[in-house]
Design a protein. Structure first.
Length: 426
């Protein structure tokens, strides 16, 4: 099949590379010329394990092409896959201006039948609205099918996720595109879920809202464990062994961040409230997440009553390990609060050298702790788990280790004369 992927961001690039690898002829377009130039040379602007190799392989096989000529590509390709950004607005709604732009371009350039697939996460009703927009612009319904095909890719394991999906979701208005859609991904054994356009949109939001709910649930239970002096990790084992509960997304810590979970939760709440549906559960999920930093800072404040002017090192700045993505990173929110309190903040991250006012960023894990009163683990990078604690003890001024991801072995830390602090961890 010949497919044009619009948007060479995180989702667009991963999807384009995978589709080319399945044997399709893929043209990935983006309005940013500089991005296209470097991609054409096989240089990928984001960090995703295996992606650059896959892109280079398919460029070489002539299966994948990059272009900034969006109009020509939209005109030439029979299948358009939209993967442009849908950022959050202040009120939680999604900014759909990029989607709007793409639909306008399709409307002005469509000559023959096209399947238009929305990969971007868009609020309930958006794909129906896209269909109506094309109709209102005088495009015959015979000339196109809109399909909603949400992605479920985790950063850091996106290629694994796309090659081993646990389901494929397609929302359509009619049965017409289904035969073609079944040939899109090489995944015959996984369940195919066909539903309406809005149904597919809501599957995506419900999935991310459920994952967020699990995390806030874990965080609330960890708070209860904390006051009863119980290790949340014991509770975790008890929960995770029950297949009805499952073992994923139950790690307690600073809370969820990234470009999807917070944004999608806000957007789902917004879609519900627009139609006067109350979202008490989702509100609570958000509220718990929004107070995790305060919880950890309170914990620290009890051990070190005046934080002002203290030197604090924060390890990990990305929104989770395995990525260089800083979008909605709880670690960054924590760092900003520490700066506001008047702390002198040092940071170290294996992937990113943070550039932020009043923050000193280090390229060496152990140098970043020299003279610090406190070390906070804000992202669970493997490297931190294997730290040399005697080296850290000898370099720090103080002795407090605040484990904000429940990932460090408390006994090991204590053995080296350091004070271990965590929530729901003894
Ligand atoms: C985005 C959304 O954040 C996510 O919710 C959705 O599921 C998929 O799209 P991501 O790929 O990370 O995820 O977005 P982003 O990194 O912003 O990439 C979008 C790309 O589209 C950018 O490279 C941008 O230059 C490009 N773009 C945007 C166009 O080529 N044309 C446009 O009109 C708008
Ligand atoms: C998420 C979804 O998992 C994916 O299906 C969707 O398509 C895009 O959004 P991603 O944003 O890459 O993927 O990150 P994810 O692995 O879901 O983690 C989100 C946040 O939750 C991170 O900040 C992570 O640290 C946090 N988290 C995750 C926890 O706090 N505890 C957990 O147990 C799991």
């Amino acid at each position: 099949m010949r497919i044009c992927v619009v948007g060479a961001g995180y989702v667009g690039l991963t999807t384009a590379a995978a589709l080319a690898n399945f044997g399709h002829e893929v043209q990935c377009v983006d309005m940013e010329q500089a991005k296209i130039d470097s991609l054409t040379q096989g240089k990928v602007p984001i960090y995703e394990p295996g992606l650059e190799k896959l892109i280079r392989k398919n460029l070489k096989k002539d299966k994948l092409h990059f272009s900034s000529n969006v109009i020509e590509s939209i005109r030439d390709y029979p299948m358009i896959l939209i993967a442009v950004g849908t950022p959050s607005r202040e009120d939680g709604s999604s900014n759909l201006s990029y989607i709007n732009q793409v639909i306008n371009l399709i409307a002005s350039n469509i000559k023959d039948y096209k399947i238009i697939i929305t990969k971007s996460t868009v609020p309930a009703g958006t794909n129906e609205w896209m269909h109506q927009m094309l109709v209102e612009k005088g495009i015959e319904e015979d000339l196109f099918d809109i399909v909603s095909n949400p992605e479920f890719l985790r950063e850091g394991t996106a290629l694994w996720d796309i090659f081993h999906p646990n389901k494929l979701v397609f929302g359509t208005r009619t049965d017409r595109p289904i035969k073609v859609l079944k040939k899109l991904y090489e995944s015959e054994k996984v369940p195919y879920i066909f539903t309406s356009l809005t149904g597919a949109e809501l599957i995506k939001y419900a999935s991310n809202a459920f994952l967020a709910t699990k995390i806030s649930f874990a965080n609330e239970i960890a708070r209860i464990c904390d006051v009863y002096e119980v290790d949340y990790s014991d509770i975790y084992k008890g929960l995770a062994t029950d297949p009805r509960i499952g073992r994923y997304f139950l790690n307690a810590g600073l809370g969820f961040g990234g470009s999807c979970l917070p944004k999608d939760l806000s957007c789902l709440k917004h879609s519900a409230s627009k139609q006067n549906v109350e979202t008490k559960l989702l509100d609570a999920v958000m509220e718990i997440n929004d107070t995790q930093i305060e919880l950890y800072l309170n914990k620290l404040g009890k051990a070190l009553p005046s934080l002002e002017d203290k030197q604090i090192t924060v390890w990990g700045v990305t929104f989770k390990s395995g990525t260089d993505d800083l979008r909605s990173s709880p670690a960054i929110a924590l760092i900003k609060q520490l700066v506001q309190i008047g702390c002198r903040v040092h940071t170290y991250d294996p992937m990113v050298q943070l550039e932020l006012a009043d923050v000193s960023s280090y390229i060496n894990q152990y140098e970043s702790v020299i003279g610090s009163d406190v070390l906070i683990i804000a992202t669970e990078w493997d490297q931190f788990l294997k730290s040399d604690w005697s080296e850290i003890k000898s370099r720090m001024k103080g002795s407090i280790i605040l484990d904000a991801r429940n990932c460090i072995n408390a006994q090991t830390v204590r053995k080296h004369g350091l004070l271990y602090l965590g929530v729901g961890k003894r």
